[in-house]
Design a protein. Structure first.
Length: 267
């Protein structure tokens, strides 16, 4: 059973506002944005009518910035104002996280909503990510994410905020994806693609669909009763991931990462 199709999008007015903010950010910080995407519930496939815009980006400084004894700050964070949550990472930080590996960068590169996109650079980053951030190496990230969200928002409550429920359900589905897919392909970012790419009980998928309908009409603070079948699924995925050994068979890609960093900074 599949969930109804979801097409992530933003309005032209919102797009224009975001582009203006990104342009101002480049000028204020003297950086070049390599790509900028939507990373929140609007891209994940479960927005509320009043969901904010979670814009994430990766940028590069001019080459002289990297030639300093004292490292500069590698994050740009704009103050959260109204619907706008905008922040990004320097390319050196981004590549360092890919080498670890860390699936956050991989999710950014697979976002269905793009505000800026340097095709050549993003293609190179995606190829590099494919060598580091595969399914098993993502497992413990998603387990920790699900555990943290479960402990913080769910475990002691009979009712749950729909938004927080999806924050737990998405990493649990990612674990289930890794569990079922032997190709080592990383889990997709979008909830609908996560569900479509694995075998799940029809009743379980219907519960997810009902939650999507409720969240699509409720405010960010909307909530309701917990669903036993979803709770049991989340606990099962966390328990399974907790006993699976972390993959240590990662290739040494530091030299390749350094070369990619130098080529991107050189422009």
């Amino acid at each position: 059973m599949f969930l109804p199709a979801f097409k992530p999008s933003v309005s032209p007015d919102v797009e224009a506002t975001i582009q203006a903010k990104l342009k101002a950010l480049e000028a204020d910080h003297d950086v070049r944005i390599l790509f900028a995407i939507e990373s929140g519930s609007r891209a994940w496939g479960f927005p509320s009518p009043d969901s904010d815009y979670d814009v994430r980006f990766v940028y590069a400084h001019k080459s002289q910035w990297y030639l300093s004894i004292k490292p500069g700050r590698d994050v740009i964070e704009l103050p959260i104002e109204g619907d706008w949550d905008i922040n990004g990472w320097d390319i050196r930080k981004a590549l360092g996280l890919l080498v670890k590996p860390n699936p956050v960068m991989l999710e950014w590169l697979s976002s269905p909503i793009r505000y800026r996109w340097n095709e050549d650079i993003c293609d190179a980053l995606t190829v590099f990510a494919g060598k580091t951030t595969h399914g098993p190496s993502c497992l413990h990230h998603y387990r920790n994410l699900a555990q943290q969200q479960l402990a913080k928002h769910i475990r002691e409550n009979n009712e749950v905020n729909y938004k927080k429920y999806f924050y737990i359900l998405r990493p649990a589905l990612a674990i289930s994806w890794i569990r079922q897919n032997t190709s080592n392909s990383p889990p997709p970012m979008n909830l609908q693609d996560l569900v479509a790419g694995q075998t799940l009980p029809a009743e379980f998928v219907e519960h997810i669909n009902q939650l999507l309908v409720l969240k699509s009409t409720a405010k960010e603070t909307g909530g309701g009763k917990r669903i036993a079948m979803i709770d049991e699924f989340v606990e099962d995925q966390i328990n399974w991931a907790s006993v699976v050994s972390k993959s240590n068979e990662q290739p040494d890609l530091m030299n390749e990462g350094d070369e990619l960093l130098r080529s991107i900074v050189a422009g």
